[in-house]
Design a protein around this ligand. Structure first.
Ligand code: HEM
Length: 426
């Protein structure tokens, strides 16, 4: 098996614009999986990365949290220069944010515990009436639109945002600010959603943009932390503000980063999954009918839409020692790019991986990651989707595309930015 992947083949994965073209990433990953399943990408401007493309290898790296870690280098794909600039901003740390995804070991465990109980399946189930009410409001809004709207912008981007920010304790008036900051952070290279004036081709501007975003989050969430320390409420902000780590209050950096991950990852991926799923339904009348006639299949539909969308495209781990993976020698310091979309199209695990199927009896999708960092919000994300589809399906007779869907240019968290639909209400 060759050690390196031809640059022409793999470079598109490092380019946000590729993710804006439907099917382009799948095409690259399909070949990488078959011809270079665990091989190195050497793309100008970036450190070399092992591209981990098979389901079994992504799961194994994710499970070995002691050897493959997140905190000592950037936890996501960044240009070499971008990481150097971040170190200048932070005084040496390769990550600008220090949230759960940038922590390891004991520090990660103690911080994860702060919200783990709030977000576990039982607690989340108790939130169903609130989430369902919000879902119903968004369905009413859709019905009031007169038969045509942009699902991605007007429903999918708004509903999970409202749910998670209400749980965190961010006032409704500030939800648009959080959406804008999320888009600037995750969709930084997108011509419509990125921060105006930031040139996506320039790593210096990209790093400066991240710093501005971090500073705005910081200002906002330090104030919220101060308020909740003074007057706690029944919300996630109060858990973070009141948390003690080793008998000390959580540091400001960690608190701001904790808030920031909830206020970004807490809605963006769910929104992309809902948008991708609607796009699929609107193009596939057979699927629509199947789901309409048997709403008991909604949870299979949700599982398959999570696999199909796989909105988080990568995280990057760093090896802390020389080790072996799938017969390859990995050296201390090596970078490993975990490709979730590739794992979720792995022919060895999913029969007909390029078909959207409701009859997968086993759906071992890895879109939420795996191991110690597995998504903390997965039960919330699933319940949101369950409520929205259950509220929506009985109210619509048919749905179809009313124009061309558009995808975000982003190599990290991405999905549709526009899904224009037309529908007939029942
Ligand atoms: C469809 C929706 C979602 C997808 C696909 C998704 C995906 C992911 C992935 C891939 C990871 C990294 C896992 C790893 O490294 O092994 C992650 C971590 C995380 N997610 Fe989600 N996520 C979703 C929704 C949410 C929601 C709704 C929340 C808010 C509560 C959330 C909060 C988090 C947090 C806090 C982490 C960090 C966990 C850790 O490092 O310990 N996510 N998510």
């Amino acid at each position: 098996m060759p050690d390196t992947i031809p640059t022409d083949l793999v470079a598109p994965l490092f380019n946000p614009a590729t993710f804006g073209i439907r099917g382009a990433v799948d095409q690259v990953l399909r070949q990488v999986r078959s011809d270079y399943p665990l091989s190195i990408a050497e793309v100008p401007g970036f450190d070399p990365h092992w591209i981990v493309s098979r389901h079994a290898d992504v799961a194994e790296v994710s499970k070995r949290n002691d050897v493959f870690v997140n905190s000592i280098r950037s936890a996501t794909l960044v240009p070499t220069l971008g990481e150097q600039l971040v170190k200048q901003f932070t005084g040496g740390d390769p990550n600008l944010f220090h949230s759960l995804v940038q922590m390891d070991g004991v520090e990660h465990k103690s911080h994860r515990q702060v919200t783990a109980r709030y977000l576990n399946p039982k607690s989340i189930r108790s939130l169903e009436p609130v989430i369902r009410k919000s879902a119903r409001t968004h369905v009413e809004k859709l019905l009031a639109s007169g038969g045509r709207l942009d699902w991605a912008k007007e429903v999918a981007a708004q509903f999970p945002l409202e749910v998670v920010l209400n749980l965190v304790g961010v006032p409704k008036a500030d939800h648009p600010q959080m959406l804008r900051l999320t888009q600037w952070l995750f969709s930084w290279a997108d011509p419509d959603l990125g921060r105006p004036g930031c040139d996506p081709g320039d790593p210096q501007q990209q790093a400066r943009s991240w710093k501005l975003i971090f500073d705005e989050f910081s200002e906002y969430f330090l104030e919220l932390t101060r308020e909740r320390r003074e007057k706690p409420r029944d919300d996630i902000a109060s858990l973070i503000a009141g948390a003690e780590i080793d008998n000390e209050p959580m540091t400001n950096w960690n608190a701001v980063s904790y808030f920031a991950i909830l206020a970004t990852a807490g809605h963006d991926s769910s929104a992309h999954t809902l948008s991708t799923a609607m796009w699929e339904l609107a193009e596939n009348p057979g699927l629509w009918r199947e789901l309409k006639t048997d709403t008991g299949r909604i949870s299979a539909f949700i599982n398959e839409s999570i696999r199909w969308a796989t909105p988080v495209k990568q995280f990057v781990r760093t090896a802390t020692e020389d080790t072996e993976l799938a017969g390859r020698k990995i050296c201390k310091g090596d970078r490993l790019y975990l490709s979730y979309p590739s794992a979720n199209r792995d022919e060895q695990v999913f029969p007909d991986p390029f078909d959207f199927r409701l009859d997968r009896t086993v759906n071992r999708q890895l879109a939420f990651g795996f191991g110690g960092h597995v998504c903390l919000g997965q039960h919330l994300a699933r319940l949101e989707m369950q409520c929205l589809w259950e509220e929506l399906l009985p109210r619509l007779d048919s749905v179809s595309m009313a124009g061309e869907g558009k995808l975000i240019h982003s190599e990290f968290v991405s999905g549709p930015k526009s899904v224009p639909i037309e529908f007939h209400a029942t």
